[in-house]
Write a protein that binds this ligand. Sequence first.
Ligand code: PLP
Length: 421
Amino acid sequence: GELTERYVAAHPRSRALMEQAGQHLPGGNTRSVLHFEPFPLVMESGWADRLRDVDSSEYIDCAGEFSAGLYGHSDPTIRAAIEAALDNGLVLGAPNRYEARLAELIAQRFPSLEQMRFCNSGTEANLLAVMTARIVTGRDSILVFSGAYHGGVLSYPTGGNAMNVPLDVVMTPFNDVESFTSVMSQQGPKIAAVLVEPVLGAAGNMVASQEFLEALRKLTRDHGALLIFDEVKTSRLGEGGMQGRTAITPDMTTLGKYLGGGLSFGAFGGTRHVMERFDPGHPDALKHAGTFNNNPLSLAAGIAGLREVFTRERAEEFLSISERFREELASELKRRGLPVQVSGLGSILSLHYGETLPRNAEAVHPATMKLRRLVHLDCLEKGVYLTARGDIFLSLPMTEGTLTHLKDSLVASAESEVAYL
Ligand code: PLP
């Protein structure tokens, strides 16, 4: 109550602009995930790892564009690449000098993508991967895990409405080898693909166990289904994403977010055997179009990012810096005796209420969402901008000092808010 009142009083311009926006945008909104009560902040500008809202308050940006903002808002290398691309025109209506270069860089980092195609978002990448799997296997069903988010029309929350494409979907709990094995033994022959986030993100950043991913790999092979890793977010976790860390090779992978340097981007790819169907010279070629699939700005930004900023070494270093952050945050919460856990891996994390970390969406404590809502509002007062649903994204511009401030703010917020649960 009090937190909300102070929030309303501190953000009159955001409030007025959101009201105006409601004229032609339902609820003033065009991305449901950005909505929160009483109204979201309208941002004026971003630089490095900072944001300034229209009421001139400044924040550490821990929403990090839901992972796309790995480089922050003003990395000079990325900017220069975008400006150089801009000098040569927008979309050129022809292959350009960028797409093969980015494909090569991605294939070096993620060798399971022997070949790939680009698109404009992670959602598109997943839709295209799933449709590809259906065609190459001649089967209809897709197996997903409850709580998974693979895009706005491929979303499997444990509650609430999803506006999904009408796919034949089989759902089973994440990190549960027994349930998965039993579903596969009953329905294996109709499953075209198993689509999995190796860290179940939107549901609360639960990391897949090695045993679980190994079971997915083995049973998809046994049953003739494809294994698709949605690494739209997890591709930033070390130099080769989760497939690199776990040494489990999926048949297909979907990517997006930071790989377009902070601009809109998606990619899907896999074995040559699967992807060669997209070769226009193939006798039974699949047609995949998209006006902006090779838009030079995203591609140039993505290339500069992988080549010069998020190098393999920097990716590994960033993973260990952020792992240390997560561990220190968790141990400080524990030291204070707070019933709050920190899930996730590296630079993507979430707070959970309870004495233990949940392993899947079913195990998330009922008080967790309320804790996150309160911490979110409380952190805004401390100059820390989290996603409204509570995920915390670290980004490359964050210094040791910023991380310390962030950790202290999260601990202080959690400590004052657990009292209200
Ligand atoms: N897959 C995962 C795991 C995601 O987290 C997201 C977005 O948050 C998507 C897919 C969809 O990506 P996009 O928002 O670019 O469509």
